[in-house]
Design a protein around this ligand. Structure first.
Ligand SMILES: [Ca+2]
Ligand SMILES: [Ca+2]
Ligand SMILES: [Ca+2]
Length: 316
């Protein structure tokens, strides 16, 4: 479209596209032209305006396919003006524009998870209308009521261990779609137990030994227990240390005692670790044994006196 010596025109509602030269050319001296609601798309030169025309009316300008700005607040108008060439001079202050939401993932971050992780999406540009995600590249879409939540448990535990790409989608009120993805690792792990104390084959007397452990697991721990008689009796404990049950220790035979510790995570996966310790209760009498209510030492002493007395008497 070429306007020469043409002044005080309203130019609106035109589709001006794919011109190999100028979309709209306004030479100098064309005063008071008003251009709005025109679609200027893919022209080699969208427009050139040497007459400082007005390129918008009542907060509506024109659509420019080469607009470089954004409509972050989704009001249908680009948030920055469009500078109609030549540089400076006229501007379209209300370019018609709409763009897809831009989103980013606050969580999960790149990590290994056993349970279905918590997610949080941030909409950095645009206004979210609906949100969903997929664990299988869009084959199964799981809708979310908001921008945060837990990844669907069923879908999560359906996936085998390994790398999982979660793609999040957010669309706006016009159905423009923003998406982004994160790759995390799913790994079901049984609790890994390390026995810190006692040492292997450490010797203990009659007071039952203490033990302490560390546990590595990605899930909360649901239960801990141990046995020293190969599972005939088991004893629960909480935390990372305990003292072996006194009755169990008393009943254990002298010599090698197997202490086996079990830890179960909240997915029901059980890890165990075993250590041998030695039970050696020394046989030291704490007082002299009594015979028939008499003190043996006293009796022996008395008998020695009597025998000595008899021997002395015989010698005489
Ligand atoms: Ca806007
Ligand atoms: Ca937008
Ligand atoms: Ca686990």
């Amino acid at each position: 479209m070429l306007y020469q010596e043409s002044s005080y025109n309203n130019i609106s509602g035109n589709n001006v596209y794919q011109n190999s030269n100028y979309g709209i050319y306004i030479p100098p001296g064309c005063n008071g032209n008003l251009l709005y609601l025109n679609n200027l798309s893919w022209n080699l030169n969208q427009a050139e305006d040497y007459s400082n025309s007005l390129w918008y009316k009542d907060f509506i300008g024109n659509f420019w396919s080469d607009y470089q700005g954004k409509d972050i607040n989704d009001d249908g108008i680009g948030d920055n003006f469009y500078d109609v060439p030549p540089e400076g001079g006229s501007t379209d202050n209300y370019p018609i524009w709409w763009d897809a939401p831009k989103i980013s993932i606050i969580s999960p971050s790149v990590d290994t998870f056993e349970h279905n992780p918590f997610f949080e999406i941030s909409v950095d540009e645009g206004i979210a209308d609906s949100c969903w995600y997929s664990l299988d590249n869009g084959l199964t879409n799981i809708s979310s009521t908001g921008l945060t939540g837990y990844i669907n448990e069923t879908e999560w535990f359906t996936k085998p261990d390994g790398l999982i790409e979660i793609i999040f989608y957010v669309n706006d009120s016009r159905g423009y779609l923003g998406q982004t993805e994160v790759q995390i690792v799913k790994e079901l792990n049984i609790p890994d137990i390390t026995i810190v104390t006692p040492a292997v084959n450490e010797e203990f007397g009659s007071p039952p030994p203490d033990f302490s452990i560390t546990i590595h697991d990605l899930s909360p721990i649901a239960a801990c227990w141990y046995t020293i008689d190969n599972g005939i009796h088991t004893y629960n404990f909480t935390g990372l240390s305990a003292t072996i049950n006194a009755d169990a220790w008393n009943n254990a035979p002298e010599g090698v005692v197997n202490l086996t510790i079990y830890v179960m995570d909240d997915l029901g996966q059980i890890g165990s670790e075993r250590i041998t310790v030695l039970k050696n209760v020394p046989n030291i009498p704490t007082e002299s044994p009594n015979i028939g209510g008499y003190n043996v030492v006293f009796l022996i002493g008395a008998m020695t006196v009597i025998v000595s007395f008899i021997l002395i008497k015989r010698k005489k």
